[in-house]
Design a protein around this ligand. Sequence first.
Ligand SMILES: C[S@@+](CC[C@H](N)C(=O)[O-])C[C@H]1O[C@@H](n2cnc3c(N)ncnc32)[C@H](O)[C@@H]1O
Length: 361
Amino acid sequence: MGRHFVLINPPYDFSDSGLYVHANFTELSAFLIAYRWLISSRSTNTTTIAETMTIKFRDIDETTLALSPDTVISSFSPFVCNDQKSEGRIRRIIKIWFKTAKRVVRRLFGRKSSSSTRSKDVIKDEYEVTWSRGYAAYDLDVGCRKPEPWLVRGKGIMADRSGVPRWRNLILNAAIKSIKPRRVLEVGCGNGINLILLANQFPDISFTGLELTDAGNRVARDLQNVATFPSALAAYPFIPATDPEAFRRINFVRGDATAMPFDDGEFDLVFTVLSIEQMERVRDKALAEIGRVSGGHVLNMEPFAEANSSLLRRAHVFGRDYFRGKIDDLSQYGLEPIWATMDFPQEVQLGAALVLSHKSI
Ligand SMILES: C[S@@+](CC[C@H](N)C(=O)[O-])C[C@H]1O[C@@H](n2cnc3c(N)ncnc32)[C@H](O)[C@@H]1O
């Protein structure tokens, strides 16, 4: 079949906003089919997920975290953009829609072996680069450098993602205070930022981080060997350190979540922050392993299906081949959810739910 190129003119011309569409008939047809697929899958599935969810989402102050939503929001504020930088919000969201639609088309009609399938190689390619950048972004002076659209308690804001580990630390810190574990494991810890901040706040707890990539594991170990902890990183957390040297004792392990080098029930608390997100292809094995090494509680901040029922989010999760499991499925891995909340900053295109479970068997 010949390729017929069409420059789509107004009303589909977004060139004013830096966006324009240059498509051929094959891509256009694929886009329309993908769009119809998304619409139809939405009408059949989303209400069902919301209706059948066993536990309902709570406000964060109704969980056991004893944390006010205002505190979480204010910890993000150094990275929230002023009005001038926020002007591009609509343009950003349109861009996200287009990118998402393209990914969906690629996943539906592209080669099965393509980068749209989240294989171990694809994950490594992506995160070896990300983590080799080190820790320079965790700096209060970075502020709003790259605005992205977020939702905070239903209100749209623009913020720089460099501030994300800061508010997540507040949540993880509150979880540790309420659970009082002695041994903690983060699965898929990346460059270890969550553990580094926590270890300095809880010097008496033993922390371990498991990570697939060499770069993540390497930068974390390198940081442990620096003579002086970087001052920007020391100033970054909302809650100050108790012992600014304790991060040197974290046990950073390079390994795979599907075969963890740990004993059954070795950790009082196992947590994940958007790492199961990456494990859709190995979801069963990874969750079974998390259940196995947990001796008490499991805390997951992940894009559970219940947090991604809108059309854009469903398409984004599918297009990126992210985790699509449900909170209710955790029981299959011996985990019994205690509460769930989404009451913290959320990306427009990807919802995450925080779920605390205890090991039931
Ligand atoms: C989105 S990042 C999150 C990193 C970290 N949890 C954080 O909050 O900064 C996901 C991480 O999961 C890791 N990961 C993906 N699959 C994995 C696997 N099978 N075993 C261990 N880590 C994995 C990736 O390499 C990446 O570092």
